[in-house]
Design a protein around this ligand. Sequence first.
Ligand code: XMP
Length: 513
Amino acid sequence: RLLIIDFGSQVTQLIARRLRELNVYCEIHPYQNVTDAFLADFAPKAVIFSGGPASVMTEASPRPPECIFDLGVPILGICYGQQVMMHMLGGKVERGHGTAEFGRAYVTPSDDRIDLLSGWFLEGREQVWMSHGDHVSAIAPGFEVYGTSPNAPFAITADTSRNFYAVQFHPEVHHTPNGATLYENFVRLAGFTGDWTMEAYREQAIAAIREQVGDKQVICALSGGVDSSVTAILLHEAIGDQLTCVFVDHGLLRLNEATEVVKMFRESYNLNLIHADESELFLGKLEGVSDPETKRKIIGGLFIDVFQKYANDIEGAEFLAQGTLYPDVIESVSFSGGPSVTIKSHHNVGGLPEKMGLKLVEPLRELFKDEVRALGHELGLPASFIGRHPFPGPGLAIRCPGEITREKLTILQQADAVYIDQIRKHGLYDEIWQAFAAILPMRTVGVMGDGRTYDYALALRAVTSVDGMTADYYPFTHEFLGETMTRIINEVDGINRVFYDVTSKPPGTIELE
Ligand code: XMP
């Protein structure tokens, strides 16, 4: 496996993404944790130093342990990683006077070609992405220069005898279009064959679950989302009937969703599944509540109570399975400190395992979201299920701003189903990151046939996004919007007006509450 030492770059996770795409298994660890003992235990086959915001000229700046250079394994330093490598191996780093570089730059090669650069410089020069204040002003003994840019005379440097490579730019980002080639060359010269596949992972994960759980019972909160579904199926494959899933139905799901989820897991997967239909309880407690945070807190709290109630009835449960993903696990290197502002309280079951005295099983801890999808595919989940848009824990409650009523929920479920059907029929579903309808807390006047109507208004939302952190509205054609409006008003009773939400995030959030 490959070790990525994180020095606090904003894009360290992208290095891991690029390597995983090459079927190489890697882990990111913050530099503080990488001690001599850690290295001995981890035994990396190759190491990458990430970028980072610090300056090596500051005494307390982050460093890897000295012994890393004696491991005899290939090392690649990126940006700050290059500077720290040069600094520790006897080169020089300086603060730029007019040599800071941010953004696009072009690197030209030296005459010498090394394996790291094979397949690069096809056009004579390569576009790269720079982001540095300091720069290397003298390379360490043993190193040679293999590429330069106008402001970075040491853009690509290497000591090929020791397999140490150091670049000033960021090959992991999108704006270094051929950056993946550098990573590919690096892992090949480090001896990786690219055998980290989902097929292999499935076998490993199943063996690890059996080893961890033994003959004990496991419970799992199944939401019908991709992460919890893949977790459940993987566990079921590993331990069969030792697994019981609890599907907490809060009555805030999409049209027919509860029935479909229960049917699929019971019939296709033959899983022990408790359908905890507690919609009366949830909707009862939400009656008359219109404040968004109060709604979220009520739903989150009840979810835990309900799950606990059903779980307590499962004899001898010792483990709780959770679909935690790798991005939730990576400890980030924080230089800014201080808590960030809570925009919305997110819905999760954190804290439950301790409260219930359960041990955790988290078979997806090492995976990124798209790897979970690949694993789901490997486990035979239907493509339409794996590719579903994200759905929030509090469900339709946050798509019904203000007070929730059963009438509004029914209208919303139907209108949402028509909208999504339209998107699928036009072949747009996979282009959109998330699409849904929301019912607005207002009635407006309309005319249908010869009569006056006084009904609810619907907001349609569809966004493109990479990770849900930022988003832009999806540019539907006017024809599409017109046709969708007509279908919704014709097919759903209780709606007489349709809006399309063109707010990006920021300033809006994706959900309405
Ligand atoms: P916002 O509305 O914050 O949403 O822009 C970003 C993404 O997160 C989803 N979301 C949630 N997911 N529990 C979840 O599991 C929640 O409480 C929650 N709130 C928002 C939202 O659907 C979008 O994909």
